[in-house]
Design a protein around this ligand. Structure first.
Ligand SMILES: CC/C=C\C/C=C\C/C=C\C/C=C\C/C=C\C/C=C\CCC(=O)SCCNC(=O)CCNC(=O)[C@H](O)C(C)(C)COP(=O)(O)OP(=O)(O)OC[C@H]1O[C@@H](n2cnc3c(N)ncnc32)[C@H](O)[C@@H]1OP(=O)(O)O
Ligand SMILES: Cc1cc2nc3c(=O)[nH]c(=O)nc-3n(C[C@H](O)[C@H](O)[C@H](O)COP(=O)(O)OP(=O)(O)OC[C@H]3O[C@@H](n4cnc5c(N)ncnc54)[C@H](O)[C@@H]3O)c2cc1C
Length: 664
């Protein structure tokens, strides 16, 4: 039934103002207006059609992406879209492309690591897309270990140039998105060598392809690294391989904000910390956290709407069957993911603030908050991407068999999303960075140095090591102070236990390696505390709209108590709560699921996603799932003919053979 809203009765049950919740989700009324307008612009433009991606060959897929990016750029310039609008447009086009790396990493790398003159020279070209750039750091042999990169940039004082060279096979740049077939330029990371001395890894701008005919410049070998996980999915991206054979670039193409090489070949370290060479990664990790809430909310929107449409069992006297969303098991799998999507949204907002703050401080030569910014971006990137990748897969299962169909949108979403657990830092490697930061914090507690920011709670370590959870009734778990104390105590106790265990090793580095699994668990506990505490902080703000704050409180409590339930071992082992209190938390969680149930559809409507963006028959706004699912099946190229291609060659002879055998 076209035009009928099959989810209307669900929507009428909502106990809050959905339009106001949309504002909270978008971040502001202005952000909602921009997002809403641009998403509809993209959805109504046939050039941005994406429902045929999974049936295209790699070459068709890639060319299709080139066409879309060119069309997107045309619309951006024709409509004179602002930077914010243009970035929303790329987001809603929803197709990984070289432009992600151009805008997301190449430009930020120049901005963060270039001098004033370098910004003036390169940024106007990049902003007008007169050059297209990528971020070439990872090599065949080294990704996580950036200090282990092998590409060299040797200064030649005779010509005032650097000679960029790939000395080994393993030094080949490997993975950079946009490198394979498109980029004209790259920021590459290479070891700086002057007079035979190695000054470590630095960034350099290198032209790769001719601006006339796009052919690689002399000394450069470049290509695509091949098909990746999932049909369609990330294969729209030309992740590339790159080798240099003594390629010369002018000296002023070394990014020189952090360190400089003079005309005489003298290495000068400026007063900014060397770690700023890693600054682009901090920036991108922060954007990836914000993106996690988008990907998770998208999967949750599909699974929630479909769970309200889908009915199985429970029919009494020929009446309707039960909506699967009414099963407690479905709620206990789905609602924590819904709550996580909101939690990641708010922690992403906060992280953006933290990043802006640290950037302003760096400009004023205040480097004091850089270690915390690194730990927070690394840890939250790890936590949110792992939870989102798992969450998308859980949403697929929540949709039963139909979730496995590409028309559900979930397989492609998963395939595109899952590398987020690896790119921009492997999630375990990043947790180990957080653990280092925590161990440092604990070791300094005795020295009188007061921990600040997200580790401020460690300053109350004596109290947190001894406190007893005050919960006596299930409702006590609704108090933010109770939740916070339990999460702070768990995190502090896990970190302190690791720090104490480390003292058993004569060599601290050896101890760190031996205890690394425990250390990552302590890091997860700390990061979960950050997410919970930022959600609680958000609720202290003035949030207008009927029932909006109440719904967010329910979601915040679901998020926290779900984590407590999932990591019960930590809470019990560290003695933060008793088994009885754990069981009360579980009772409270069940009650919270019942409170969320009537609002579930409205809570996913608040994401304000168009059907085009969702790209899912199961997640349609109108809930008209079955006719569309049926219709979609017939569009498959296999159904172009009734009798399949190959029948004469393979099926018929086999059937005939069976017939002959039967007659014998
Ligand atoms: C594509 C569209 C579809 C979907 C995309 C979805 C979402 C994306 C949305 C938006 C993003 C926009 C654009 C991007 C698009 C897509 C992303 C695609 C690709 C991603 C590209 C990449 O992957 S680029 C390569 C990334 N590589 C890594 O992350 C490497 C990881 N390794 C490291 O970071 C480091 O080597 C290390 C930290 C693990 C170890 O370094 P090192 O050996 O030097 O470290 P130490 O441990 O000895 O540390 C020394 C001290 O330095 C401190 N430190 C380390 N790192 C930093 C940092 N970044 N900032 C500040 N300080 C740092 C460390 O703490 C130590 O300090 P001490 O005080 O203890 O000495
Ligand atoms: C889709 C995609 C896009 C990418 N885009 C880019 C790009 O544009 N530019 C770019 O430069 N790079 C890019 N990369 C590369 C990416 O950044 C690296 O793959 C990533 O940083 C992980 O490094 P690795 O591959 O060396 O993993 P490895 O470090 O080899 O990881 C292998 C395993 O070893 C474990 N491990 C490694 N070190 C440790 C340790 N110290 N302790 C414990 N365990 C450890 C890891 O947890 C993992 O399980 C991309 C990668 C992908 C998948």
């Amino acid at each position: 039934m076209e035009g009928v809203d099959h989810l209307a009765s669900e929507r009428s049950r909502a106990q809050f103002d959905v339009e106001e919740m949309k504002v909270v989700w978008a971040g502001s009324r202005h952000a909602l207006e921009v997002s809403d307008r641009i998403s509809r612009l993209v959805a109504s433009d046939p050039a941005f059609r994406k429902d045929n991606r999974t049936s295209l060959s790699r070459k068709e897929l890639f060319k299709n992406t080139l066409r879309k990016t060119a069309h997107a750029w045309k619309r951006i310039t024709e409509l004179r879209l602002s930077e914010e609008e243009a970035s929303r447009l790329r987001f809603y086009v929803d197709e990984p492309a070289f432009t992600d790396l151009h805008w997301g990493m190449f430009i930020p790398a120049i901005k963060g690591q270039g001098t004033e003159e370098q910004l003036q020279k390169w940024l106007p070209l990049a902003y007008k897309m007169q050059i297209i750039g990528c971020y070439a750091q990872t090599e065949l042999g080294h990704g996580s270990n950036v200090q282990g990169l092998e590409t060299t940039a040797t200064f030649d004082p005779q010509t005032d140039e650097f000679i960029i060279h790939s000395p080994t096979l393993t030094s080949s740049k490997w993975w950079p998105g946009g490198l394979g077939k498109v980029s004209t330029h790259a920021v590459i990371y290479a070891r700086l060598i002057i007079d035979g001395k190695d000054y470590g890894v630095n960034g350099f701008i290198v032209q790769l392809r001719s601006m006339d005919d796009h052919l690689p410049l002399p000394g450069i070998t470049v290509g695509d690294i091949g098909m990746k996980f999932g049909s369609g999915a990330y294969n729209t991206m030309d992740n590339g391989v790159l080798r240099f054979d003594h390629v010369r670039i002018p000296r002023d193409q070394m990014l020189m904000r952090v360190s400089q090489v003079t005309r005489e070949g003298k290495f000068v370290q400026s007063n900014v910390p060397r770690q700023l060479v890693y600054g682009t990664m901090v920036y991108v990790r922060q954007t990836i956290v914000a993106d996690a809430s988008c990907a998770l909310s998208r999967a949750v929107c599909i699974a929630t709407r479909y769970s309200a449409v889908r009915r199985q069992f429970g029919s009494q006297n020929g009446g309707v069957e039960t909506q699967v969303i009414d099963y407690k098991t479905q709620q206990s799998r789905l609602f924590p993911l819904l709550a996580s999507a909101y939690a990641f949204r708010f922690v992403g907002e906060w992280l953006k603030w933290l990043y802006t703050d640290v950037t302003q401080r760096l400009q004023a030569n205040d480097f004091s908050t850089l270690p915390e910014a690194h730990a927070c971006t690394a840890g939250l990137k790890s936590l949110t991407t792992s939870a989102t990748a798992d969450g998308i897969e859980e949403c697929r299962k929540l949709c039963g068999g139909h979730g496995y169909l590409c028309s559900s949108g979930l397989p492609e979403l998963f395939a595109v999303y899952v590398p987020a657990c690896t790119y921009e830092g492997d999630n375990i490697v990043l947790l180990l960075q957080v653990a280092r930061f925590l161990m440092k914090t604990v070791s300094q507690l005795g020295s009188g140095k007061k921990p600040v920011g997200t580790t401020a709670y460690m300053g109350r370590v004596d109290q947190l090591m001894q406190c007893h959870c005050a919960v006596q009734r299930a409702e006590d778990w609704l108090k933010p102070s109770v939740i916070l104390e339990a999460f702070e105590a768990r995190s502090a106790r896990m970190s302190v236990a690791c720090a104490q265990n480390l003292t058993n090793f004569a060599n601290p580095e050896e101890g760190f390696l031996e205890l690394s699994a425990d250390l990552t668990e302590a890091a997860v506990a700390h990061c979960q505390l950050i997410v919970v505490s930022k959600f609680i902080e958000k609720l202290k703000q003035d949030i207008p709209g009927k029932g909006v704050k109440e719904q967010l409180e329910i979601l915040c409590n679901i998020y926290a108590l779900f984590l407590l339930h999932k990591h019960l071992g930590d809470f019990l082992k560290t003695g933060c709560i008793s088994p009885k209190q754990a069981s009360l938390a579980n009772d409270q969680l069940r009650s919270l699921y019942s409170q969320a149930r009537p609002n579930a559809i409205a809570l996913v409507d608040a994401f304000d996603y168009t059907d085009h963006f969702l790209g899912s028959v199961l997640g349609r706004y109108d809930g008209n799932v079955y006719p569309k699912l049926y219709e979609e099946a017939w569009k498959d190229p296999l159904n172009d003919s009734v009798v399949p291609d190959g029948y004469q060659e393979y099926i018929r002879p086999m059937l005939k053979q069976q017939l002959r055998n039967a007659r014998l």
